[in-house]
Design a protein around this ligand. Structure first.
Ligand SMILES: *[C@@H]1O[C@H](CO)[C@@H](O)[C@H](O)[C@H]1NC(C)=O
Ligand SMILES: *[C@@H]1O[C@H](CO)[C@@H](O)[C@H](O)[C@H]1NC(C)=O
Length: 146
Protein backbone atom coordinates (compact mmCIF):
# COMPACT_ATOMS: atom_id res chain seq x y z
CA UNK A 1 0.00 0.00 0.00
CA UNK A 2 2.83 2.32 0.92
CA UNK A 3 4.56 1.33 -2.27
CA UNK A 4 1.48 2.20 -4.24
CA UNK A 5 1.23 5.57 -2.53
CA UNK A 6 4.88 6.25 -3.31
CA UNK A 7 4.39 5.28 -6.91
CA UNK A 8 1.42 7.58 -7.14
CA UNK A 9 3.35 10.42 -5.58
CA UNK A 10 6.22 9.79 -7.94
CA UNK A 11 4.00 9.91 -11.01
CA UNK A 12 2.38 13.11 -9.83
CA UNK A 13 5.81 14.64 -9.34
CA UNK A 14 6.88 13.48 -12.79
CA UNK A 15 3.84 14.99 -14.45
CA UNK A 16 4.37 18.25 -12.59
CA UNK A 17 8.05 18.40 -13.56
CA UNK A 18 9.16 20.55 -16.45
CA UNK A 19 9.62 19.00 -19.87
CA UNK A 20 12.77 16.87 -19.82
CA UNK A 21 15.46 16.90 -22.50
CA UNK A 22 14.17 13.76 -24.14
CA UNK A 23 10.61 15.07 -24.45
CA UNK A 24 12.02 18.32 -25.78
CA UNK A 25 14.05 16.41 -28.36
CA UNK A 26 10.93 14.57 -29.53
CA UNK A 27 8.88 17.77 -29.68
CA UNK A 28 11.52 19.59 -31.69
CA UNK A 29 12.85 16.88 -33.96
CA UNK A 30 10.61 13.87 -34.47
CA UNK A 31 7.54 13.89 -36.68
CA UNK A 32 5.76 11.03 -38.43
CA UNK A 33 5.25 12.92 -41.65
CA UNK A 34 5.40 16.40 -43.09
CA UNK A 35 6.29 18.23 -46.31
CA UNK A 36 8.98 20.83 -46.94
CA UNK A 37 6.27 23.49 -46.99
CA UNK A 38 5.07 22.58 -43.48
CA UNK A 39 8.09 24.01 -41.62
CA UNK A 40 6.50 27.28 -40.56
CA UNK A 41 3.27 25.64 -39.37
CA UNK A 42 5.01 22.84 -37.45
CA UNK A 43 7.60 25.04 -35.78
CA UNK A 44 4.97 27.45 -34.55
CA UNK A 45 2.51 24.72 -33.59
CA UNK A 46 5.21 22.92 -31.58
CA UNK A 47 6.34 26.18 -30.04
CA UNK A 48 9.97 25.74 -31.10
CA UNK A 49 12.23 28.71 -30.24
CA UNK A 50 15.89 29.24 -29.53
CA UNK A 51 17.22 29.46 -25.97
CA UNK A 52 16.63 33.20 -25.90
CA UNK A 53 12.97 32.69 -26.86
CA UNK A 54 13.53 34.10 -30.36
CA UNK A 55 13.07 32.50 -33.76
CA UNK A 56 15.29 29.46 -34.03
CA UNK A 57 17.71 29.75 -36.96
CA UNK A 58 17.57 26.12 -38.07
CA UNK A 59 15.40 23.25 -36.91
CA UNK A 60 15.58 19.79 -38.39
CA UNK A 61 12.72 17.32 -38.32
CA UNK A 62 13.41 13.62 -38.58
CA UNK A 63 10.54 11.88 -40.37
CA UNK A 64 10.38 8.86 -38.15
CA UNK A 65 9.14 7.73 -34.77
CA UNK A 66 10.31 7.46 -31.19
CA UNK A 67 11.30 3.81 -31.33
CA UNK A 68 13.38 4.14 -34.50
CA UNK A 69 15.28 7.09 -33.00
CA UNK A 70 15.76 5.28 -29.68
CA UNK A 71 17.31 2.43 -31.67
CA UNK A 72 20.00 4.81 -32.93
CA UNK A 73 21.23 5.16 -29.34
CA UNK A 74 21.56 1.36 -29.16
CA UNK A 75 22.87 0.56 -32.62
CA UNK A 76 24.53 3.72 -33.85
CA UNK A 77 28.27 4.27 -33.91
CA UNK A 78 30.22 6.54 -31.56
CA UNK A 79 30.89 9.96 -33.02
CA UNK A 80 32.98 12.69 -31.42
CA UNK A 81 31.99 16.31 -31.93
CA UNK A 82 33.56 19.50 -30.62
CA UNK A 83 30.85 21.57 -28.94
CA UNK A 84 31.89 24.88 -27.37
CA UNK A 85 35.52 23.69 -27.53
CA UNK A 86 34.69 20.51 -25.64
CA UNK A 87 35.03 17.09 -27.23
CA UNK A 88 31.61 15.49 -26.78
CA UNK A 89 30.57 11.90 -27.41
CA UNK A 90 27.59 11.52 -29.65
CA UNK A 91 26.05 8.76 -31.71
CA UNK A 92 25.77 8.59 -35.49
CA UNK A 93 23.09 6.46 -37.09
CA UNK A 94 24.31 3.69 -39.35
CA UNK A 95 21.10 4.00 -41.34
CA UNK A 96 19.81 7.03 -43.19
CA UNK A 97 16.74 8.96 -42.20
CA UNK A 98 14.47 11.25 -44.16
CA UNK A 99 14.93 14.68 -42.72
CA UNK A 100 13.51 18.12 -43.40
CA UNK A 101 15.80 20.94 -42.50
CA UNK A 102 13.91 24.16 -41.82
CA UNK A 103 15.81 27.42 -42.20
CA UNK A 104 14.57 30.75 -40.91
CA UNK A 105 13.55 33.02 -43.80
CA UNK A 106 12.72 36.28 -42.02
CA UNK A 107 15.68 37.04 -39.76
CA UNK A 108 14.09 39.98 -37.97
CA UNK A 109 10.84 38.30 -36.98
CA UNK A 110 9.90 37.18 -33.47
CA UNK A 111 7.75 34.20 -32.51
CA UNK A 112 5.09 33.37 -33.57
CA UNK A 113 5.95 35.13 -36.84
CA UNK A 114 9.03 33.07 -37.69
CA UNK A 115 8.85 31.77 -41.26
CA UNK A 116 10.83 28.84 -42.61
CA UNK A 117 11.98 27.26 -45.84
CA UNK A 118 12.36 23.50 -45.78
CA UNK A 119 14.79 21.21 -47.60
CA UNK A 120 14.41 17.47 -47.69
CA UNK A 121 17.33 15.04 -47.40
CA UNK A 122 18.35 11.44 -46.67
CA UNK A 123 21.06 11.51 -44.04
CA UNK A 124 22.79 9.77 -41.21
CA UNK A 125 21.83 11.65 -38.09
CA UNK A 126 24.08 12.61 -35.21
CA UNK A 127 22.42 12.74 -31.82
CA UNK A 128 23.38 12.81 -28.17
CA UNK A 129 22.01 10.03 -26.00
CA UNK A 130 21.80 10.13 -22.22
CA UNK A 131 22.90 7.32 -19.90
CA UNK A 132 19.53 5.60 -20.20
CA UNK A 133 19.86 5.54 -23.98
CA UNK A 134 17.35 8.29 -24.63
CA UNK A 135 18.10 10.83 -27.35
CA UNK A 136 18.39 14.26 -25.75
CA UNK A 137 20.00 16.45 -28.41
CA UNK A 138 20.06 16.72 -32.18
CA UNK A 139 23.52 17.67 -33.35
CA UNK A 140 23.04 17.46 -37.10
CA UNK A 141 23.51 15.16 -40.02
CA UNK A 142 26.89 14.12 -41.33
CA UNK A 143 26.90 16.56 -44.23
CA UNK A 144 26.58 19.78 -42.26
CA UNK A 145 26.94 21.80 -39.07
CA UNK A 146 29.84 19.85 -37.59
C1 LIG B 1 9.41 4.00 -37.46
O1 LIG B 1 10.19 4.65 -38.44
C2 LIG B 1 11.03 3.78 -39.18
C3 LIG B 1 11.86 4.62 -40.15
O2 LIG B 1 12.34 5.79 -39.63
C4 LIG B 1 10.18 2.75 -39.93
O3 LIG B 1 11.04 1.85 -40.58
C5 LIG B 1 9.29 2.00 -38.94
O4 LIG B 1 8.42 1.16 -39.65
C6 LIG B 1 8.48 2.99 -38.10
N1 LIG B 1 7.72 2.26 -37.08
C7 LIG B 1 6.46 2.54 -36.80
C8 LIG B 1 5.84 1.77 -35.68
O5 LIG B 1 5.84 3.40 -37.39
C1 LIG C 1 27.51 10.46 -44.34
O1 LIG C 1 27.24 9.14 -43.89
C2 LIG C 1 26.86 8.28 -44.92
C3 LIG C 1 26.42 6.94 -44.32
O2 LIG C 1 26.89 6.74 -43.04
C4 LIG C 1 28.02 8.11 -45.91
O3 LIG C 1 27.63 7.28 -46.97
C5 LIG C 1 28.39 9.49 -46.45
O4 LIG C 1 29.54 9.39 -47.28
C6 LIG C 1 28.67 10.46 -45.32
N1 LIG C 1 28.88 11.80 -45.86
C7 LIG C 1 29.78 12.64 -45.38
C8 LIG C 1 29.85 13.98 -46.03
O5 LIG C 1 30.54 12.35 -44.43
Amino acid sequence: MIQFALLLLLSVLCIAAAENDHDKFIRQHVIDKMEEGDCTTEINRRNIKNKAGKCKEINTFILSNKSAIMAVCMKGEPYEVIVNKILTSMTKSTTKFSIIKCKLKNQKASPPKCQYVGTRGQRSIIIKCDKEGHPVHYQGDNSTTL
